[in-house]
Design a protein around this ligand. Sequence first.
Ligand code: NAD
Length: 295
Amino acid sequence: MTTIAFIGLGNMGGPMAVNLLKAGHGITAYDLSDAAMTAAGEAGATPATSAGEAVTGADTVISMLPASQHVESLYLGADGLLQSIARGSLVIDCSTIAPASSRKVAAAAAELGLEFIDAPVSGGTAGATAGTLTFIVGGEAGALERARPLLEIMGQNIFHAGAAGAGQAAKIANNMLLAIHMIGTSEALSLGAANGLDPKVLSEIMRNSSGGNWSLEKYNPWPGVMEAAPASRDYSGGFGSALMLKDLGLAAEAAMATGSAIPLGELARNLYTLHCAESGGLDFSSIVGMFRHDD
Ligand code: NAD
């Protein structure tokens, strides 16, 4: 049994921790949110009153936080958490953040004799609950092998993208594509509905035609088409629009740093900027509301 400190038990971290608990691992949990702490306690985790307390006695630390600034302020600095983690421990950061931030934390961890991987995930909250996430890992191969048994409990596919930060670079490219096909899917469904089609019927047609994509397969943005999708529960839970906007900002930064053209990625970022001004707290599939004029 591995003793795990789990920090950040929100929409994704919560169900990921539950799967580790179900597999028999002990977890000490810490989150800033009382609701997240209560849910973790009910699932069998030991609540900690601070991140420092959570890592005491742990040989593995897993974090699942919103953005770069949260990860950097947790781990780095004179009072940063890395200082409190026992030498030789493994740190797995599953948050989606800037590759440069991951590399910074990885370098600081190495100086303190810790193993660190960036391991952002794909698969959404449904994948986190079912234990079928895809992990996209950056870091040393040896650290990934050490993490693998835990990643296999929480996920189905594990890819080694390359050195520190490479997991983030791959994840950012993936999420830019996700935003683009979610917007395209929303646009197509809205066009069909405005022309008298039943969105459920149109979804089935496109899913089995050349327009098929993950948003249609697993995450239909139209309410009532897919019972388990956030669209069918008023866009609650899921993957917040503000988090998607953050990822599109990371894609824009990566594009500027390398002189890459991402015209559709930039358009997606602009559309999510407008959308978030109204609906940042809703799941990212709520962008369909920009195109619908049937209600
Ligand atoms: P969330 O907002 O639901 O959860 C984040 C949690 O971190 C919150 O409970 C918050 O209280 C906690 N937190 C923030 N700062 C903290 C700190 N210093 N110490 C302890 N806890 C802290 O977000 P989420 O949807 O779980 O996403 C987490 C990460 O996973 C993000 O980087 C996101 O981009 C990525 N991601 C999300 C999804 C998804 O479908 N939701 C899918 C893939 C990747």
